[in-house]
Structures are given as structure tokens and as C-alpha cells.
Ligand binder design. Structure first.
Ligand code: NAP
Ligand code: GDD
Length: 328
């Protein structure tokens, strides 16, 4: 089996590539830019991945990539994925995170039989209509990112219905790891804790501490992506743990894991609040459990402790978290 992954240099791309390689796949990753520094870090981690150039903004490059790789499965993980950036660069987010899905589907449509996975997001539920959220819960996105993801989600469904493509969307809730980008709250917190623990900082400034998320481990979630494409019928699935914690609880768990007290260090800064917030996310992953046999294996507290430990090690070794953040 041959797989093509867009977004291979991101958190999920690296875990998915590792997983598919372990299953005996030939793995290709789409990379953009003439000198993308994350590619060399990916190379250090995954020597067996082959790379093909392309950009989600450039239809011709995607057609050429699919033509060159001739994949059995395509995983479309590439996106502008940081929600606050989607207000600052709303048009670019629409182009990459939204229209990029159209361009990939068009490239894949020309190769009948290729299975397609779209990285949809719980951010589409936004101001939630019910809790927990399942595959039938209506969307009310609260950011340009969420709106772009909803477009990609519906388009994937539409290509499945219009052209009979084996195209599925995984509606994934937040998933984290030591390879998470430093801009996301879990990693910002665990890096902040590591800096404070090592005497490199004394304060951690955060935004809204009351928001709640359903946080799981990225390594578990990429297994679900693969399982979805093996199912005989193309269907969409919600993937999450079914538990929800507040940012405050995340902070408390991270500081406790390092033997510190968060009240001594954390400052809530209103300038970091979002124009519109998603207050609560909590998955109902029953369909994935029953139909795919998928279960998360890393509980929240263990995930946070794993990330704190990895960041203390990273900083102790003198590595630069801005350079090495995503790659532990
Ligand atoms: P990530 O670490 O931010 O990675 C994003 C990837 O997209 C990077 O490899 C980036 O490549 C690539 N990319 C950006 N612009 C591109 C373009 N114009 N053309 C081609 N590739 C481009 O994201 P992640 O956490 O791994 O998430 C993977 C996917 O799942 C994303 O679509 C995200 O929106 C979605 N998702 C994530 C979560 C989560 O909790 N992690 C939950 C639900 C859905 P460069 O190295 O070139 O920048
Ligand atoms: N990033 C960040 N930084 N978030 C903060 C901070 C802070 O200083 N303080 C509080 N938060 C809150 C945010 O307001 C949000 O409610 C929550 O922490 C989580 O923020 P992020 O970690 O940035 O993730 P996200 O939920 O906005 O988006 C992630 O998950 C989505 C799935 O639900 C991203 O990975 C998206 O790409 C993904 O689709």
C-alpha cells in the first residue's frame, strides 16, 4: 500500500507516517516551499518517508504529486491549524484550510479507487448545540478556521455523494503530544512549566482559563485515521475521549506534574482572549468504538505528565523549543 500525506511536517503527519511505516506502507509526504526547515527535522525522525513537492494553494502541483505518487490512500492533514491566526489571515485560511480540500479532492478524483481522508475538526461544532457532540450534532463554527473546516467537511461528503469516492472525514477533537506546536495551549503550558521548573522564567501568561476541551494523545488519533480508510463503507467519525477539562485544570495538572503550584505563576491576560470563543467541547466517540474498534489509550493526566517531562528534558539538553518543539 502507498499513502500520500499532506501536512507531513506537522504533529499528526509525523505520527501518521510512523504508524503507516510500521504497517508496511510506502509513505510519501507533500512538502511546500523551497527551503522548509521542518523537512530536515522530519528527515531526522523518519528516514523512510519519501517527499514530493506541492502546495495546497497550487492545483497543478497537487495534480502532479498525485500523478507521481499514484497513492492508494491520501490523508489531507495540511492546513493553517492555529485558530487565532485564522482571524488575522482569514482569506489565507479560507484558501489553505478550505479551498485546499477542494484542490486535493479534484486531484484525487482523477485517480479512481484512491481513498481520501479529510482532517475535519471539533472546532466546527463551535457554540455547541448539544453535549457530548456526535456525528449528527449540527455545526456552529466560531472562527474563520472553523468555517473553513466546515466547508472542507461538507465538500468531502459532497464528492463522496457526487462521484462515489471513498472519501471520509474524521471529526477529531483536540489531540496533543510532545511534538505539538508551541503555540497551542497544552504545549505552551508544558513548555512554560519546564521553563519555570528550571529557573528560566517565573510567569506564564494565558488567555481564557475557563474554556473546556476534550484532550487526547495524537498517537492514538492517527490510528483512527487509518482505521477509517479501511472500513468497507466511507463514513464520517467523531474521535475523542469523551472527557472534558478546563484550561485551568490543564494548568493545574501540568504544574502539579512538576511539583509546582500554578497559582504562584499563572496570569490570565485578556489580550489573549479570542474574538469568539468555543467554550466547551466533549466528544461522543461511540460510533468509532463500535464500528472501528477504536479506543484512546492515554488518559489526560498521563498525557500532560508526558509532555511536561519531555519539555523539561528538551530544555535541560539545551535544545531550542522554537526549532525542535514539534519533534521532541
Ligand atoms: P500542524 O502541526 O499545524 O500541521 C499543519 C501542516 O499543514 C504542516 O505540515 C504544514 O506544513 C502544512 N501546511 C500549511 N500550509 C500548507 C500549504 N499551503 N500547503 C501544504 N501544506 C501546508 O497541524 P496538526 O496538529 O498536525 O493537525 C493536522 C490536521 O488536523 C490539520 O488539518 C488540523 O487543522 C487538523 N486537526 C487537528 C487537531 C489537533 O488537535 N491537532 C484536531 C482536529 C483537526 P509546513 O511545515 O510547510 O508549514
Ligand atoms: N493557544 C492558546 N494560548 N490557547 C489558550 C491560551 C493561550 O495562551 N489561553 C487559553 N487558551 C484557550 C483557548 O482560548 C482555547 O479555548 C483553548 O485554550 C485551546 O486552544 P488551542 O490549544 O489553541 O486549541 P484550539 O481548541 O483552539 O484548536 C485546536 O484544536 C482544534 C480541534 O478542536 C487546533 O489543533 C485546531 O487545529 C483543531 O482543529
Amino acid at each position: 500500500m502507498r499513502a500520500l500525506i499532506t501536512g507531513i511536517t506537522g504533529q499528526d503527519g509525523s505520527y501518521l507516517a510512523e504508524h503507516l511505516l510500521s504497517l508496511g506502507y510506502e509513505v510519501w509526504g507533500l512538502v511546500r516551499g523551497q527551503a522548509n526547515p521542518r523537512v530536515s527535522r522530519l528527515r531526522r525522525l523518519l528516514k523512510d518517508v519519501q517527499l514530493v513537492r506541492g502546495d495546497l494553494l497550487d492545483q497543478t502541483s497537487l495534480m502532479s504529486a498525485v500523478e507521481k505518487v499514484q497513492p492508494d490512500e491520501v490523508y489531507n492533514l495540511g492546513a493553517i491549524s492555529f485558530v487565532p491566526m485564522s482571524w488575522e489571515q482569514a482569506e489565507l485560511t479560507a484558501e489553505v484550510t478550505g479551498m485546499g480540500v477542494l484542490r486535493m479532492l479534484e486531484a484525487v478524483r482523477r485517480r479512481p479507487g484512491t481513498r481520501f481522508y479529510q482532517a475535519s475538526s471539533s472546532e466546527m461544532f463551535g457554540q455547541v448545540r448539544e453535549t457530548p457532540q456526535n456525528e449528527r450534532t449540527p455545526f456552529h463554527p466560531r472562527s474563520p478556521y472553523g468555517v473553513a473546516k466546515a466547508y472542507g467537511h461538507f465538500l468531502t461528503q459532497n464528492y463522496r455523494e457526487s462521484y462515489g469516492m471513498h472519501a471520509v472525514s474524521g471529526i477529531l477533537f483536540n489531540h496533543e503530544s510532545p511534538r505539538r506546536g508551541a503555540e497551542f495551549v497544552t504545549r505552551k503550558v508544558t513548555l512554560g512549566v519546564a521553563r519555570i521548573k528550571l529557573g528560566l522564567a517565573s510567569e506564564l501568561r494565558l488567555g481564557n482559563l475557563s474554556a473546556r476541551r476534550d484532550w487526547g494523545f495524537a498517537g492514538d488519533y492517527v490510528r483512527a485515521m487509518h482505521l477509517m480508510l479501511q472500513s468497507p463503507e466511507p463514513e464520517d467519525y467523531v474521535i475523542g475521549t469523551g472527557r472534558t477539562q478546563s484550561v485551568r485544570e490543564l494548568v493545574e495538572a501540568a504544574f502539579t506534574a512538576a511539583g509546582l503550584s500554578y497559582e504562584d505563576h499563572v496570569v490570565s491576560d485578556e489580550t489573549l482572549y479570542r474574538p469568539a470563543e468555543v467554550d466547551l467541547l466533549c466528544a461522543d466517540p461511540k460510533k468509532a468504538r463500535v464500528q472501528l474498534g477504536w479506543e484512546p489509550t492515554v488518559p489526560f493526566e498521563e498525557l500532560v505528565a508526558m509532555m511536561v517531562e519531555a519539555d523539561i528534558r528538551l530544555l535541560t539538553d539545551g535544545r531550542d523549543p522554537e526549532q525542535d518543539a514539534s519533534w521532541g
